[in-house]
Write a protein that binds this ligand. Sequence first.
Ligand SMILES: Nc1ncnc2c1ncn2[C@@H]1O[C@H](COP(=O)(O)OP(=O)(O)O)[C@@H](O)[C@H]1O
Ligand SMILES: CC(C)(COP(=O)(O)O)[C@@H](O)C(=O)NCCC(=O)O
Length: 331
Amino acid sequence: MTTAPRESETPEMLDHFEANGYSPYLFFDSEEWARFRADTPLTLTADEVHRLRSIDDPIDLHEVRRIYLSLSRLLSAHVESSQLLFEQRNRFLSTSDVAKTPFVIGIAGSVAVGKSTTARILKELLARWPSSPKVDLVTTDGFLYPNAHLIRHNMLNRKGFPESYDIGALLRFLSAIKAGLPNVKAPSYSHLTYDVLPDEFKVIDRPDILIFEGINVLQSRDLPADGKIVPIVSDFFDFSIYIDADENLIHRWYVDRFMRLRQTAFRDPNSYFNRYAAISEEEALKIAEGLWQNTNLKNLRENILPTRPRADLILRKGDNHLVEKVALRKL
Ligand SMILES: Nc1ncnc2c1ncn2[C@@H]1O[C@H](COP(=O)(O)OP(=O)(O)O)[C@@H](O)[C@H]1O
Ligand SMILES: CC(C)(COP(=O)(O)O)[C@@H](O)C(=O)NCCC(=O)O
């Protein structure tokens, strides 16, 4: 049975385009989307999904089958066609000594929406394609300025906002990846110490696919005063995904996760948040609410949500982190 895509959907999904009575997206509910997996094999086990998911993210094998197999199949079509285009271009240039650069997939969305889980599940699914591609995953938090810099510039409470990232370093990293360079270093971040790890790098050595995940990956920059056009992160993407959910749900996920981390990660004396493991539940709730309202929600509204219409694919989650709707950009 074929599914006829609808050209309009709920107003909250893509209000801007809907308001204009047209949309560059096709919309599917999760059951329609699930059918596109066709005969894509399920290559993950329940235990592996359990291991890959973040704390408080209830994703299970059923959700992987329902949502992520279709996504893996779609991405396989995109990667294959980029390979074909690459071969055609080499014929056009009468050359065979240009190496193919990594296919880069960007994953954006709010803090606490579950980007990390999606990125890790995708990485495993893609690496298990019959062609066994080499797949790497890099998160943008490594490109945050160190806390010492944020404190010096009085912006520790702006962590995650555009100015808290070393955007030059981030663009240099992606340029090097897309130039096909070997052994490109990506800086690391620790959620435990809440800071970048000055001497820890991940070496990215010409993977077939690179997944690049972070709240800021679809953001542009203000035009500099000298009027020079500068590249933006998504110029380096071959495909981009935005993980979406109602802000009230993300709010709940953030606060619930904070309260759960209080009983786990925060107990580690090395945790930046260790001081919140010992305070009363009421006080801890106040801290979590403050971080959500003053930093993460503000950032979502001002800098993250406005980038949603740039994505090639939007996964809209409902209660319990389950994807309810999918929007796919028309070609
Ligand atoms: N304070 C913290 N201590 C330990 N782990 C954390 C902390 N905050 C977030 N994490 C973990 O870091 C990862 C990234 O979280 P986040 O940046 O909110 O993005 P997302 O929820 O979209 O993956 C998640 O796996 C989350 O569980
Ligand atoms: C590091 C973050 C900006 C998230 O980056 P992400 O990995 O989601 O791209 C975020 O986890 C964060 O620290 N936000 C600041 C407020 C807070 O402590 O929640």
